[in-house]
Write a protein that binds this ligand. Structure first.
Ligand code: ZN
Length: 263
């Protein structure tokens, strides 16, 4: 074999062994599924840090007792019926009910929301000027107030008293009524320490739920008797039906039982 032929033979042999670039090269099979180990490892996202604006968790509220606590005033204290109007003062309805009471020569008790009293001091003054009694009904109508710590209850009641006194410095604030009637024994203790008597009711026509006037009248007239305390609302929503019902109820109750001041 001549040297050039020998060189070509060796070169061909090398190419055949290594398979490099040859036409017979078997293409490497590409696996369709990447192996697990080949999958990119996800970068763990950092744990969310509590931001400064995250609201505090709600405080646990004291449970409501299954029965109303003892010591609530639910009677007028005399044979007559006492009327109570809650959630005001309200610029639309409070003057209307005041006019009705004035025309009938009777008085009622107004359970005032502190925020409302602050906003409408002239109405608070008018209520007192016309001879009605005052009742603290919490600062912002907090139905869970009785379930809060005693210090919070006290602060709420005092704030409400201050708003009322800003309008009528000399007027006595005799009563406290828990919004929704959701009383706790602890709340009664706080109210008494502040010189407020806990006022509940005995007749509730549920006028807050906007029944027609005739239904409010029927509910009150079927439930009322001597010594009843009637709960109605002169604020907190559309009270057109309550105002209409009172035009009939006030004279009727006055004739049947007399309308009296709470004692
Ligand atoms: Zn209320």
């Amino acid at each position: 074999m001549r040297p050039r032929t020998l060189l070509a033979f060796v070169l061909g042999l090398v190419l055949l062994v290594t398979g490099c670039g040859g036409p017979g090269r078997t293409p490497q099979r590409v696996t369709a599924q990447p192996s697990v180990s080949a999958a990119p490892t996800p970068t763990p996202s950092p744990k969310p840090q509590p931001s400064r604006t995250t609201p505090k968790p709600k405080p646990t509220l004291r449970p409501l007792p299954k029965k109303l606590p003892t010591g609530l005033h639910r009677r007028s204290g005399s044979p007559g019926v006492a009327l109570t109007f809650d959630d005001g003062p309200d610029p639309r309805y409070t003057p209307q009910i005041l006019a009705q009471l004035r025309a009938a020569h009777v008085t009622a008790t107004f359970c005032l929301v502190g925020k409302q009293a602050k906003r409408y001091p002239n109405l608070v003054a008018q209520i007192v000027r016309e001879g009605h009694q005052l009742c603290n009904h919490s600062w912002r109508h907090d139905v869970d107030l009785g379930r809060r710590p005693a210090a919070e209850i006290r602060a709420d009641l005092e704030r409400t008293n201050r708003a009322i006194r800003a309008a009528v410095p000399e007027a006595p604030i005799t009563w406290f009524r828990q919004p929704g009637g959701r009383w706790t024994a602890e709340e009664l203790t706080v109210a008494r320490k502040l010189g407020l008597r806990p006022l509940h009711w005995s007749v509730d026509p549920q006028d807050w739920d906007h029944p027609p006037a005739k239904k409010i009248i029927a509910r009150v007239e079927s439930a009322a008797h001597h010594g009843s305390v009637v709960l109605m609302h002169d604020a907190g929503g559309d009270r057109t039906q309550t105002m209409a019902a009172c035009r009939r109820l006030i004279p009727d109750l006055k004739r049947r039982y007399g309308i009296v001041r709470l004692r």
